[in-house]
Design a protein around this ligand. Structure first.
Ligand code: PHE
Length: 454
């Protein structure tokens, strides 16, 4: 992150590009490449995609805007932002939802990011075996069950910790400005390769031709959770990043660019995964393991597959790091600014919390797989609670707050950069924040617990 200090001695991004690159860096990660295909796979493909896209545009973009507005206006963490805009009111309690979500997400995310580290190294040493689907499956099971994932989760969390404590965020973000476009190019080439697969049409029609009868309450809730997870919203992450934006960051454009790029990467991932799923006779409903079981076959079809797969997993690992750095920032700024800890101490505390959660999640594929709560392992419970409950709830509170309780002049100033630019969509944005987003989220919640039938 290119940073300089502003008058109040808080770091700010020096350029508009820096602001966009970091928000995209936070948004693009395992959510697009790992979580989107598996969620789409279990929720009927096209039906899920339609709901997901609708939520990104109708709810996601307004929520990003609301978070941006609060963050840059107040230049503080999620608690401080609510408090500064409504002193003495209990709104700041919404911050606890954000902290809880960030720790739950860091926990299970690190396990999957750990798999990418292991795949990257195994592939680099030429030990990924792609001979047939049964070998691929056995290989994946060996990597994810037992104690092995614990090691890789710890390795990943250590990398995250080193970046945060060493203050090399600057370096990783500068590197990601080059590496993320490279990841994008790689995805585009794999996408082109999908055209040559025997299951291309089947895969594409699974993803793009919606069967509306498949839209159930759980598809709606899943798509809503995926939109929030993928855009890194509802937990104060975009708010925290916006608190570092400079005064010419054009919030509306930044929000739009982030949402578009993020959705594009998710759709690309879908175009890569589903044709392969059908070509190799696998089931799209495999769940969290889907992408890791399918990708090696794609690489096995390519000339110099080892190089492609090593590069891909390396880039995916880096994309995960820019996301975990951003989610860790929420609890770090909280401990620093609210609990008055030094940044170093705050980083240690938040990393230890992530480690505790990460260990439990890593073991839920092996020794703790029989421990379930409401029928879910720790891994899937953490994922469900954070993505489908905490994030939409946090987002709903944020919309209601900005739509109803923040002075319109503040919103206008933020979106026009104090009158410097025009922002003709202001009325639409406020209408969405006041009515559409909160009502839609509330209805989806009621629908998913069976209190309302759509
Ligand atoms: N959006 C990130 C991804 O798609 C995950 C994330 C969620 C990051 C919440 C920060 C906060 O991988």
């Amino acid at each position: 992150m290119t940073q300089k200090k502003n008058s109040r001695d808080r770091a700010v991004f020096a350029t508009r590009f820096g602001a966009i690159a970091t928000t995209v860096g936070s948004a693009v990660g395992l959510g697009n490449i790992w979580r989107f295909p598996y969620e789409a796979g279990i929720h009927g493909g096209g039906a899920f995609l339609i709901c997901y896209m609708a939520f990104v545009f109708l709810i996601g973009i307004p929520v990003i805007c609301a978070e941006f507005c609060m963050g840059r206006q107040t230049r503080s963490n999620i608690f401080g932002a609510y408090r500064k805009l409504r002193p003495g009111s209990p709104w700041y309690l919404a911050g606890y939802i954000g902290i809880l979500a960030s720790i739950l997400i860091l926990s299970f995310y690190s396990v999957v990011a750990g798999w990418t580290v292991e795949y990257c190294l195994t592939s680099a040493f030429g030990q990924l075996d792609f001979t047939d689907t049964a070998t691929g499956h056995r290989q994946f099971m060996e990597m994810t069950t037992g104690w092995r994932p614990v090691v890789w989760t710890v390795v990943f969390l250590l990398c995250n910790f080193i970046i945060l404590i060493g203050g090399v965020t600057k370096g990783i973000e500068r590197a990601s400005n080059i590496l993320m476009p490279l990841l994008f190019l790689l995805l585009v080439s794999f996408c082109i390769n999908s055209f040559t697969m025997p299951g291309f049409y089947e895969g594409l029609s699974f993803l793009f031709s919606p069967d509306f009868s498949k839209i159930t309450p759980s598809v709606l809730l899943g798509a809503l959770g995926q939109a929030f997870f993928s855009l890194s919203i509802g937990l104060g992450c975009m708010m925290t990043y916006a608190s570092y934006f400079n005064n010419n960051s054009r919030l509306g454009k930044t929000a739009m660019t982030t949402a578009l790029l993020d959705s594009m990467v998710a759709v690309l991932a879908g175009i890569i995964i589903f044709p392969a799923v059908f070509s190799f006779g696998l089931s799209p409903e495999a769940g969290p393991t889907l992408v890791f079981e399918v990708l090696p076959y794609i690489f096995s079809q390519l000339p110099a597959g080892v190089i492609w797969s090593t590069l891909f997993f390396l880039l995916l690992f880096l994309a995960s790091l820019t996301s975990t750095v951003s989610m860790s920032e929420i609890s770090i700024t909280y401990f620093c600014e609210e609990k008055k800890m030094s940044r170093q101490r705050a980083t240690i505390v938040s990393s230890l919390l992530g480690l505790a959660g990460g260990l439990v999640c890593a073991l839920s594929f092996g020794p703790l797989s029989h421990v379930t709560i409401c029928g879910q392992t720790f891994f899937s419970l953490f994922d469900y609670l954070s993505s489908n409950i905490c994030l939409p709830l946090g987002g709903m509170i944020c919309c209601v707050f900005v739509g109803w309780f923040v002075d319109k002049k503040i919103i206008r100033d933020q979106f026009t950069d104090r009158g410097k630019y025009r922002f003709p969509l202001l009325g639409v944005l406020v209408f969405c924040l006041k009515w559409i987003c909160p009502i839609a989220i509330f209805v989806i919640f009621l629908n998913s617990i069976g209190l309302l039938h759509l």
